[in-house]
Design a protein around this ligand. Structure first.
Ligand code: SDX
Length: 391
């Protein structure tokens, strides 16, 4: 009587949509954005250009690129009253908790973006989200410190501007370190999109009901927060800190292999990649470059490499194809840049916003139905109500 369904917990073998945005070959470790390999984009492009590519399907011409940058710059400020939302949070609130709230709250400020049947309004909603995320993210950090919020400065690049809002203050000119800005930009590119991951699928599902784009992205932020997804970058650094010393690595690897122990090696494994995550490869190289250029020697990097060596020669990890994923090396770079651990997943959310928006836009612009999975009911059969004195 339940009908015929495909039962696929975790959606391991169910395609929920068609998409032209991102291609992954998990077996070969290939990731393409609109056909372009991720390592080429990370090495030669910049984040806003990748945003344009994801949204429109092609790399911009020089004129289109300039116009897009100007458009994004036009939207970097947030409504002054949004500041009041921050004041409502404890100073020690997790910044992802704040982000879930303030991004959803954008719905209450930009009413024209709620008219999602209009292509132009959808586009402006996309610009607003991409432009405002760095401002909102940096405000979380400033609020936690009790420092004044910094306004965006539009003569700076997207990444420089984020760093300025994070680390600048009104008392002195903030000088952006180009090595740091380049690394930040690369991290943004490497996180920009990843087809139908949990948070993007959440955004699509929320969007399929006709919900407004800010509400949908807030749903994506909530899904990303979990340690099995974007929260892993924070968890990796906590894990490395807990391991503490190379001599403890074997013990933690043994814990990860133990079926009765819930501990997993954070930053390892992936639903789709059964080969090295191509983003992790770039991230590892970038990690070495950035620490070298900044003259930082972080024992956590040594520890991470040792962990990777052991895990990749251990039969458990080899047989299950468990390789480092995007989250494994990113935290060490972010730490070197001076970004606190609690902000790591916020950085992921900031960078992934374009992916979420591109998927939402693709769905709304095409033909779609409300997402409505079915279930296999395993509860009680029908029975009659029993009054409380008879139970
Ligand atoms: C991201 O999907 C995306 O695209 C996500 C992402 C993106 O850009 O959007 O790439 C970003 O979320 C990266 C993943 C970050 N998460 C972590 O690093 C957390 C640790 N890894 C995992 O918990 C896990 O590997 C997942 C969540 C990434 C994947 O989960 P799956 O596909 O459901 O795989 P699974 O948990 O069923 O694992 C398969 C087997 C199991 O053993 P068996 O039951 O088959 O014997 O591998 C084992 C697992 O126990 N395993 C691990 C492990 N990951 C999987 N064992 C030890 N340590 C691990 N990290």
């Amino acid at each position: 009587g339940q009908g015929v369904f495909t039962y696929d917990p975790g959606f391991v073998s169910t395609a929920a949509c068609e998409s032209k945005i991102t291609y992954i070959d998990g077996g070969k470790g290939v990731l393409l954005h609109r056909g372009y390999p991720i390592d080429q984009l990370a090495d030669h492009s910049d984040y806003l250009e990748v945003c344009y590519l994801l949204l429109y399907g092609e790399l911009p011409s020089a004129a289109e690129k300039l116009q897009f940058e100007n458009t994004i710059n036009n939207h970097t400020m947030v409504h002054e009253q949004l500041r009041n939302f921050y004041q409502g949070f404890r100073r020690d609130a997790h910044p992802m908790a704040i982000m879930c709230g303030v991004v959803g709250a954008l719905s209450a400020f930009y009413h024209d973006s709620l008219e999602i049947s209009d292509e132009r309004h959808r586009e402006i909603a996309a610009f607003r989200l991409i432009a405002k995320m760095p401002t909102l993210a940096a405000m979380c950090y400033k609020y936690s410190l009790g420092q004044p919020f910094m306004y965006p400065k539009n003569e700076l690049s997207y990444s420089e501007n984020f760093l300025q809002m994070m680390f600048g203050n009104p008392c002195e000119e903030y000088v952006v370190n180009p090595i740091v800005a380049k690394a930040m930009d690369k991290i943004f590119i490497l996180h920009a999109d990843h087809e139908q991951n949990a948070s993007t699928s959440t955004v699509r599902l929320a969007g399929s009901s006709g919900a407004n784009p800010f509400a949908c992205i807030a749903a994506g932020i909530a899904a990303l927060w979990g340690p099995a997804h974007g929260g892993a970058n924070e968890a990796v650094l906590d894990m490395l800190t807990e391991i503490g010393d190379v001599s403890n690595v074997d013990k933690f690897v043994a814990k990860a292999k133990d079926k009765n122990d819930p501990f997993r090696l954070m930053g390892f494994g992936h639903r789709v990649y059964k080969n090295y995550d191509p983003r992790a490869k770039v991230m590892r190289e970038t990690c070495h470059e950035v620490l070298g250029d900044l003259g930082i020697q972080d024992p956590l990097l040594e520890l991470a490499m040792k962990l990777e060596d052991i895990a990749r020669s251990d039969s458990y990890f080899v047989e299950k194809n468990l390789y480092p994923n995007v989250d494994f090396y990113s935290g060490i770079i972010l730490k070197a840049i001076g970004i606190p651990t609690s902000m790591f997943t916020v950085i992921f959310a900031l960078a992934r916003t374009v992916g979420w928006v591109a998927h939402w836009h693709e769905m709304i612009s095409g033909s779609y139905r409300i997402g409505r999975p079915r279930q296999l009911y395993t509860g009680s059969p029908q029975r009659d109500f029993v009054p409380v004195d008879k139970r």
